[in-house]
Design a protein around this ligand. Structure first.
Ligand code: MSP
Length: 644
């Protein structure tokens, strides 16, 4: 059976950020994984170029819209090429074949009676290209998604009979509980549909930068609504309405989207497909947001991290590894350089890199780099069995996009290898004249590394090619079959020494967001000292130490019902029991982004009650007009470490 994997198509109103890179990495990983297994796989990405938002961005940049779209679209394509994203097609919604396909789809839906003409009056958010009802608006005016002002727009419009598909959609969700993954996201979609679907306005007359009406309908005033235009890319890319050449890949096996655009993909898109009599995708995989200091990263907030900058200093494949290992699929993740460096040093450099160095070193010393698997099963049956259990468990994680679990499990292989070396101490065996035993342990580890490289290949393609090269084999569908499916061992070969693959990173390699530096002069220092001495608010050091400040790790975090501000945390301060801390930080941090992060806690405050809940401490935080941020240790510290 063939596989079809898609990313959303990216708006061309700004350059790619870490969030976009994540969607692309996960889709690329899936595509590479399937291709290695030998599946006939098609991987699509591209850019979404129509609509008022793009028109306005072009105007702001004083460029003709098409020229502006060309430029930004190229920045995405170039970045993906630089990152060696293995897409089979990069679609642009300004491609002629796409426009023809969308028009064809419109005709089919119109002919079926699923599209009709009427008037629309509603509150329109230009930024989100979406109409909202009065009750959906915040404070009667603002967009519930992005918070910007909406405008009242009344226009003639064509409507898609979305309401007609309400029951069919609900039935589909029920019969296909894995349609939306992770399953925890399905409820919000189901509730939205159960709340009643209104027909969807699918054309606009208020701007012109869009796909025009099909000739057969002859209504030049209208252009297509961007979401109708954009969603169709997933089939026009396969030739829908034109060549049809790759339609055999439809339906998609998985369509990756961020949680903010899940509704479009899990409601509108399947309804359009039903209207076109096409099957629905197998899965919509909705991932969480990458946040910075707890806030969603977005171009409009200006808090974005450039994936190119990060990749330039830390390496693209390290970045892929970090992003796919750090967050459970579906949850939000905070991008922290510290966490990134820790994973490079402990997981890539120590666990994987050192294991490779060790066997290069040992095989060089003991057997002139020759590796022979002949005695592996004789001395290491236990390890081979354990390795096969891990290898057999991996596919299920990948099929659910749980890349963090997949990698966590995969890393068990390196523990098996390291433990075997410690337990069997080949250097002792060599001294005791048991060379075949010593060489069997080295060969065991070589096999572990070979199989692990195959399974890591989709995430770190070049790094694993280098490892495979050192182990004298090439990563391919054939070697996958031999070493993974048929569970064979490596044939006799000579290992090729390679330089360490993952140099340790001692200090952050990138400056954090630059802070404004005050202008420090001798005079300003003197003035500051003087004003300090005159200040009668000063305290003695002993008074300061009356406050017990400690480092803690957040173990659990949840929202407090009926409160917009409060989160309830369980914090490990190294004491017998976890401390419950109720903190007014919900507007700035999501509960899930706090789990497993460190905080600084005032630990000797009298317990207080907040909304009926006991709070046994207070978090240190700094707040200014830009918002609040938690004060955290710069490097991970043991829980309970005193601060001062
Ligand atoms: N053009 C639409 C998608 C149309 S698909 C038929 C769009 N484009 S986007 O450029 O705004 O976003 C593209 C993808 O990036 C979305 O899946 C979105 O969720 C994702 N991300 C944008 N910001 C993000 C983060 N901060 N973190 C993770 N992904 C986020 O929406």
């Amino acid at each position: 059976m063939s596989k079809y994997i898609t990313t959303p198509i990216y708006y061309v109103n700004g350059e790619a950020h870490i969030g976009h890179a994540y969607t692309t990495f996960i889709a690329d990983t899936m595509a590479r994984y399937e291709k290695l297994k030998g599946e006939d796989t098609y991987f699509l990405t591209g850019t979404d170029e129509h609509g008022q938002k793009i028109e306005e961005s072009a105007q702001k940049n004083s460029k003709p819209t098409q020229e502006f779209a060309d430029e930004i679209s190229a920045t995405f394509k170039n970045l993906w090429d630089e990152f060696e994203i293995s897409y089979d097609k990069f679609i642009r919604t300004t491609d002629e074949s796409h426009k023809k396909g969308v028009q064809r789809a419109f005709e089919v839906m119109y002919a079926k009676g699923d599209i009709y003409k009427d008037f629309y009056e509603g509150h329109y958010c230009v930024s989100c290209e979406t109409f909202f009802t009065e009750t959906q608006l915040v404070d009667g005016e603002f967009c519930p998604d992005c918070g910007r002002s909406t405008n009242i727009v009344k226009e003639e419009s064509y409507f898609f009979r979305l309401s007609k598909y309400e029951n069919a959609l609900l039935k589909h969700y029920e019969e296909n509980p894995d349609f939306i993954l992770p399953r925890s996201r399905a409820n919000e979609v189901i509730n939205f549909v159960k709340g009643g679907l209104r027909d969807l306005s699918v054309t606009r007359t208020s701007f012109t930068w869009g796909v025009g009406m099909p000739e057969s309908i002859k209504d030049d005033k209208h252009v297509m609504y961007v979401w109708l235009d954009a969603l169709m890319n997933y089939i026009t890319a396969l030739g829908y309405g034109t060549t049809e050449e790759n339609m055999r890949y439809w339906p998609a096996s998985v369509q990756f989207v961020g949680k903010d655009i899940l509704r479009f993909h899990a409601i509108y898109w399947p309804a359009f497909l039903m209207s076109l009599d096409l099957p629905l995708p197998k899965h919509i995989g909705a991932h969480g947001w990458w946040t910075r200091d707890g806030e969603k990263m977005s171009k409009s907030k200006g808090n974005v991290i450039s994936p190119k900058q990060v990749a330039d200093v830390y390496g693209t494949e390290n970045l892929r590894y970090f992003m796919l290992r750090e967050v459970p699929f579906g949850q939000d993740g905070d991008f922290s350089q510290r966490a990134f460096i820790d994973r490079i040093n402990s997981e890539l450099s120590n666990d994987l890199g050192n294991l490779l160095n060790r066997i290069i070193g040992m095989s060089g010393k003991y057997s002139d780099f020759e590796i022979d698997s002949v005695d592996v099963l004789k001395y290491h049956k236990k390890e081979i069995d354990a390795m096969n259990v891990v290898l057999d468990s991996l596919d299920a994680f990948m099929q659910n996009f749980q890349t963090h679990r997949y990698l966590e499990e995969l890393w068990k292989l390196f523990s098996i290898g390291n433990k075997a070396i410690e337990e069997h101490a080949p250097w002792v065996k060599m001294k005791d004249d048991k060379k075949d035993e010593a060489l069997a342990t080295v060969a065991l580890v070589a096999n572990i590394l070979a199989k692990a490289s195959l399974m890591l290949h989709a995430i770190m393609p070049n790094t694993t090619n280098t490892i495979a090269d050192a182990l004298n084999f090439a990563i391919s569908h054939e070697s996958y079959n031999e070493l993974i499916v048929e569970k064979k061992l490596l044939k006799l070969f000579n290992i090729k020494p390679v330089p360490p693959l993952f140099p340790r990173v001692e200090e952050p390699l990138m400056a954090e967001a630059p802070l404004a530096q005050p202008n420090i002069t001798k005079e300003s220092v003197k003035a500051a000292e003087q004003s300090l001495c005159e200040d009668d608010n000063l305290i003695e050091i002993g008074q300061f130490f009356q406050t017990s400040l400690k480092v803690g790790t957040v173990i659990k975090a949840e929202e407090v019902e009926k409160s917009k501000k409060l989160l309830k945390l369980q914090v490990d301060l190294g004491e017998e029991k976890l401390r419950q801390v109720v903190a007014g930080i919900r507007e700035f941090y999501s509960a899930e982004s706090l789990i497993n992060t460190q905080v600084c806690v005032v630990a000797n405050l009298k317990p207080a009650k907040l909304m009926g809940m006991v709070s046994e401490g207070m978090l240190l935080a700094a707040k200014d007009e830009d918002g609040l941020c938690l004060i955290r240790p710069e490097k991970p510290k043991k829980v309970g470490t005193p601060i001062g």
